[in-house]
Design a protein around this ligand. Structure first.
Ligand SMILES: Cc1cc2nc3c(=O)[nH]c(=O)nc-3n(C[C@H](O)[C@H](O)[C@H](O)COP(=O)(O)OP(=O)(O)OC[C@H]3O[C@@H](n4cnc5c(N)ncnc54)[C@H](O)[C@@H]3O)c2cc1C
Length: 204
């Protein structure tokens, strides 16, 4: 399972369609059929550069993701997708939080101390004072890890990667996007290699 940040991960658990579904759907427009790898790759490149996006909706991916809450919050802004997230109304929060690389010494100690004391207070509220989990979670920081499934079609995934691989995006979500691009290149190499070449590598 590809690890991301100190305790996160993103795993591609299911997918269908891939290059052949995109080629099939696109070729319906021209009443044609697959004409071999080179011609199909040219077609995919054309779809990407012309903004003819809908054929990429024929391929769909489901990821299992573990990410800090603040990353998930940015991620969930991508509306053309489906999400199911572990609920802190129904589940006890796990003592698991983001620690950025590079924290050392006193700063690292303070970071951990702060998070540990938030979890101590949460546990006290839930286990000893009988407060509902849905209320007690308010005392937890936004760096705690959450888990969710993300189902997204190829077109919307390209939009996500375009936005979240950009240097304007926050480092932490870029780390997930970077791993995701590699995972989908294995499943749909023509689509995502051409996307990387024509969109990601060509922008300033
Ligand atoms: C670097 C960066 C900084 C950001 N900063 C902020 C911020 O400070 N505050 C903030 O609130 N958000 C911020 N965002 C979130 C951003 O505004 C988008 O909500 C997010 O990137 C999702 O993009 P999207 O709408 O293209 O994706 P999706 O929601 O997946 O939508 C995909 C596409 O569908 C179409 N679409 C979907 N819904 C609608 C709709 N209701 N109306 C019209 N077209 C629609 C659009 O063409 C859209 O591009 C930031 C994003 C980035 C990448």
């Amino acid at each position: 399972m590809p690890k991301v940040l100190n305790n996160g991960y993103v795993e591609l658990i299911e997918s269908f369609g891939h290059d052949q579904a995109v080629i099939r759907n696109a070729r319906r427009c021209w009443r044609s059929e697959s004409k071999g790898e080179s011609s199909d790759r040219n077609l995919i490149r054309h779809l990407i550069t012309a903004g003819h996006k809908s054929p990429f909706e024929a391929t769909v991916f489901t990821f299992d993701v573990k990410a800090p809450l603040f990353v998930a919050r940015q991620w969930f802004r991508h509306r053309i997708a489906s999400y199911n997230e572990e609920s802190l109304r129904y589940c006890i929060a796990l003592r698991d939080y983001y620690i950025p690389d590079g924290l050392t010494g006193e700063q690292l100690d303070q970071w951990k101390k702060h998070h540990e004391s938030c979890f101590d207070f949460y546990d006290e509220l839930v286990h000893n004072q009988g407060l509902k989990k849905e209320q007690a979670r308010s005392v937890l920081p936004i760096g705690i890890y959450t888990k969710f499934y993300w189902t997204v079609n190829g077109s919307s995934l390209m939009n996500f990667l375009h936005l979240r691989l950009d240097k304007a995006a926050q480092f932490e979500i870029r780390e997930y996007a970077r791993v995701i691009l590699e995972l989908v290149k294995e499943k749909a190499p023509m689509c995502f290699e051409e996307f990387e070449r024509e969109v990601i590598n060509k922008r300033a």
